[in-house]
Design a protein around this ligand. Sequence first.
Ligand code: NAD
Length: 493
Amino acid sequence: MAERLTHFIGGQHREPASGEYFESTNPATLEVLYEAARGDAQDVAAAVDAARTAFESTSWRRTTPTQRGHLLRRLGDLIGEHAEELARYESLDNGKLLREMRGQLRSLPEYLYYYAGLADKVQGSQIPTTSPAMINFTQREPLGVVGAITPWNSPLTLTVSKLSPALAAGNTLVIKPSEYTSRTILRLAELAHEAGYPDGVVNVVTGLGAEAGAALVDHPGLAKISFTGSTGTGAAIAAKTASRFIGSTLELGGKSPNIVFEDANVANAAMGVVAGVFAAAGQTCIAGARVFAHRSVYDELLERVTARAASIKIGDPLQDETELGPLAFKDQLEKVRSYIDIGTKEGAHLHYGGQRPDIDLPGYFLQPALLTETTNDMRINKEEIFGPVAAIMPFDTEEEVLHLANDTQYGLAAGVWTQNLSRAMRMSQNLDAGTVWINTYRAMSPMSPRQGFKSSGVGIEHGLESMHEYTRLKSIWINTDEGPVADPFIMRG
Ligand code: NAD
């Protein structure tokens, strides 16, 4: 029988109330890796109770910001010590290259160290008043129990991006990881326990989105939901949190443009296009899936990108030489394939790839696909595919491409390839995207804020600003005048 993983609630592992489990499968080999607890409303209630008790307990409530910084640093160290194990588990679960996951795990402690440094820099301010006797100041307070719901594509990085600022600010957490990647998030909770976090500060309920995820969103004990996932799920969550007047941070989908001007270094731009949409098998929110090439460099770019796509080594994600692993699960493969069909039925030409590659492994493999003769208003260019599928379109003027790039419901990221500084500046000012890369793609760090514009999200992750997503601001007034109140019917300030 497959190994069974249970929830982590109140500092210990706990069987699911229903007694039910679901399987997690290796998408490269189709072997069952383990079974994870299938959480429901009862498990969520137990986890929120544990998190609420921890939030109100003196052992957590009385930690100083400096102590919370130490705890985050210790957790960062432990993640660093377990980096190889965690990278391997992530790769087995979601099929991403072990190489890529090792890279993510190497930089992951830096996220915790960054927020460890911020923990004691969250502060209010003293506000001027109109009366010399009156003192007014603000303070930032933790919110309470934060529900964190995360996707499968970079499970630890995306979860740590929520956990670190939430814990630095003094909140407690209930995390619901994606049903495709439960294992490393459970390991994260175990490592937090080992780092010395009091019981109940970090809880994990595994399970399906419609069950454990929905139960978490519906739980009245939450002070906030921090969600990363698809725009559709994000919209449903936003409707619920808005009706309960609780905050949400939503990091959602994208359909990012990657724009190559006539004055670009086309060889570098071609690598940027490949990095943008074929790295991670295109299973990244920031995938540069809409490639716009100036008509004068269109043929050269297409040739270079096609040549590199055709030489991509597809195979076992655990092998160092592999460049493209499988898609993460069966529905994902079918969805990506169906979009290629939709595109060709709409009139696009499948210029390269899009077929099952000829390899020994039985998993969900797909060649990278390049579509030409597409227009920005086709479904394949309007909807997020979340796979290794790029549409390449020519343009003639900067004004035209700016309009096309912004003509989308999404606003997550954009790439621009040009050697003209003025053009780079103009484009970065006018692109309607939360992140703009000039002559690079997919660069990020814990220091740099990330925000999705339009349907790509609400709220900020990473950077100084993200701390405010996990605090509330209180204004405190103190009257130092102990004399009689002259007129109770006028406001003071
Ligand atoms: P998803 O929306 O299907 O699921 C995300 C999480 O939500 C999972 O844990 C899932 O179980 C849970 N969930 C599903 N239905 C739910 C419901 N009704 N109530 C509560 N929780 C529910 O997304 P996914 O397929 O896991 O991830 C891919 C998506 O995530 C893509 O759209 C991608 O662009 C987006 N993403 C965004 C960012 C970003 O920073 N903007 C980063 C990574 C991924």
